[in-house]
Design a protein around this ligand. Structure first.
Ligand code: NAP
Length: 255
């Protein structure tokens, strides 16, 4: 088996939350491996700028959509337009997500529901819309973004941990349900990465010192370090891998 099993030429991928952070890094990695893309975020100008930059860097087709993953109609429209304009969807990356501290004794109900909606319902809407298309084609790859909090509890971010535990179970359940259609569904669990979501926390020297202490490799991840895991799970190299967890966390949950 040669390196061609990692080749994504001729494939089409959707990456949610592709305008920045890990989603942007995953979109770049998939395009560099040969895939054409549709990416989305809630901010039209930002997602269009990122799409243009990826087109210029890789020469691939990259479409930008202003979509909120909790809006089912917008999700279904993006999937339909991708199929019409790029021909099909081979790969879905459910990356868009959000999390913040919200200690339970003062927890905000609206925030609880919003968190579960963005981190669980959004991936479900995208998976279902893309899954119907993939099932007919008897082929597909779905990659969900979990977290270390898919696997361990969080002290202060319960809603986030609950949502990331739920996406692990969505991953395993869809892997079982859709194995008959040759759709592989897997979960990447990142540890702390340098992304816009973490910028405020990472600006504090005491937080960075604590993270360096806690992470066995002694540092946080850089966004481009997620790319190889995404290419693996998007490509033929992972055709016998489904319902699995790939931690990219510097050893965080190994301890
Ligand atoms: N960074 C880490 O350390 C880390 C660790 C573990 C897990 N993760 C997970 O990895 C994923 C990406 O995290 P990140 O750090 O790259 O986040 P980020 O820097 O905040 O970027 C999030 C991306 O998702 C988009 N987005 C957020 N809410 C959305 C919505 N409702 N609909 C559509 N797009 C939306 C954002 O664009 P707009 O805001 O413009 O919509 C942006 O493109 C998330 O699922 C996160 O939970 C991250």
């Amino acid at each position: 088996m040669g390196l061609e099993v990692f080749d994504l030429k001729g494939k089409v991928a959707i990456v949610t939350g592709g305008s920045k952070g890990l989603g942007e890094a995953i979109a770049i990695a998939l395009a560099e491996a040969g895939a054409d893309l549709s990416i989305c975020s809630r901010h039209k100008d930002e997602v269009e700028d990122t799409a243009r930059a990826i087109r210029e860097k890789t020469g691939r087709k990259v479409q930008a959509f202003e979509v909120d993953v909790v809006q089912k109609d917008q999700v279904e429209d993006m999937v339909e337009r991708t199929i019409t304009e790029l021909g099909k969807v081979d790969i879905l990356v459910n990356n868009a997500g959000y999390g913040r501290k919200d200690p339970m004794l003062e927890a905000d109900d609206d925030y609880w529901h919003y968190e579960l909606d963005v981190n669980v319902s959004g991936p479900m809407y995208f998976s279902r819309a893309v899954g119907r298309h993939m099932a007919k084609r008897k082929s597909g790859k779905i990659i969900n973004l979990g977290s270390v909090y898919s696997l361990i509890g969080s002290n202060g971010k319960a809603a986030y941990a609950v949502s990331k535990g739920a996406i692990l179970q969505l991953t395993r359940s869809l892997a079982l349900e859709w194995a008959q259609y040759n759709i592989q569904v897997n979960l990447i669990c990142p540890g702390p990465f340098n992304t816009p979501m973490n910028a405020p926390a990472h600006a504090k020297p005491e937080v960075m010192a604590m993270l360096r202490e806690k992470i066995p490799l002694g540092r946080v991840g850089e966004p481009e370090e997620i790319g190889g895991a995404a290419i693996f799970l998007a490509s033929d190299a992972s055709n016998f891998v489904t319902g699995s967890i790939l931690s990219v966390d510097g050893g965080f949950v190994a301890q």
